[in-house]
Design a protein around this ligand. Structure first.
Ligand code: ADP
Ligand code: S3P
Ligand code: MG
Length: 177
C-alpha cells in the first residue's frame, strides 16, 4: 500500500494530465492518470465508453480506478475532471495532498475546444464547460489542500508551483488549509 505524493484535480482543460507529467519528472517519480487506467482496463477510449456503455458505467469504472490508484500508486496521480462527483472518492481524497488546478472558462475552452476526446463537451464546449464548472467548483474546493490558478501560465511554471506545495508538506494531508 502506497499513497500518491500528490493528486491533481480540476475541470477538463485545467492541465492535470500535462502538468502532472511534468511534476512527476521534477519529483523523479512515475505519473498515472485514471483516465488512462480506465482505457487500459477496458481496451476502449473514453469517448467510446460513453457511447457504448453510458456515463454511469464510466463513473463506476472511474471510481474503481481512483480507489486502486490511491492505494497502490506512489507517484503523481491525475484524476479525470468528474472524479470528484463520487462521494466515496471525495472521502478518500481527504487524507491526500490534493492540488486543485483552477482555470477560467475562457482558458479551459481555448485549451480543449478542438479536442473531440471529451464526450461531455461535444456540441457546445463553452456551455457544457460552464455548467460542469459551476456544479463542481464546490466539490473541488471541498477536497483541495491547495488551489493553483493556471490561467495564462505555462505548464512548466505551474508544475514548479505544484512541486513546491509537495515539498512543503509532510505526511499526506498536513498541508490542508
Ligand atoms: N497551462 C497551459 N497553458 C496552455 N495550454 C495548456 C496548459 N495546460 C494544458 N494545456 C493544453 O490543454 C489541453 C488539455 O490539457 P490536459 O492536460 O489534457 O488537461 P486535463 O487533463 O486537465 O483535462 C492540452 O492540449 C494541453 O496541451
Ligand atoms: O469532466 C469530466 O466529466 C470528464 C473529464 C475527462 O478527463 P479530463 O478532466 O482529464 O479532461 C474524462 O475523465 C471524461 O471525458 C469525463
Ligand atoms: Mg486529463
Amino acid at each position: 500500500m502506497s499513497a500518491p505524493r500528490v493528486v491533481l484535480i480540476g475541470p477538463p482543460g485545467a492541465g492535470k494530465s500535462t502538468v502532472g507529467t511534468l511534476v512527476a519528472e521534477l519529483l523523479g517519480v512515475t505519473f498515472r492518470d485514471t483516465d488512462t487506467d480506465v482505457e487500459t482496463e477496458t481496451g476502449s477510449v473514453i469517448a467510446d465508453i460513453f457511447v457504448d456503455q453510458g456515463e454511469v458505467a464510466f463513473r463506476r469504472l472511474e471510481r474503481a480506478a481512483v480507489r486502486r490508484a490511491l492505494t497502490e500508486h506512489p507517484g503523481v496521480l491525475a484524476l479525470g475532471g468528474g472524479a470528484v462527483l463520487d462521494a466515496d472518492t471525495r472521502r478518500d481524497l481527504c487524507s491526500q495532498h490534493v492540488v486543485f488546478l483552477d482555470v477560467s472558462l475562457a482558458d479551459a475552452a481555448r485549451r480543449v475546444g478542438l479536442d473531440t476526446s471529451r464526450p461531455l463537451l461535444l456540441g457546445n464546449v463553452r456551455g457544457q464547460l460552464k455548467q460542469l464548472m459551476d456544479a463542481r467548483r464546490p466539490l473541488y474546493g471541498e477536497v483541495a489542500s491547495v488551489v493553483i490558478s493556471t490561467d495564462g501560465r505555462e505548464p512548466a511554471d505551474i508544475a514548479g508551483e505544484v512541486v513546491r506545495t509537495v515539498r512543503g508538506t509532510g505526511p499526506a494531508g498536513e498541508h490542508r488549509p
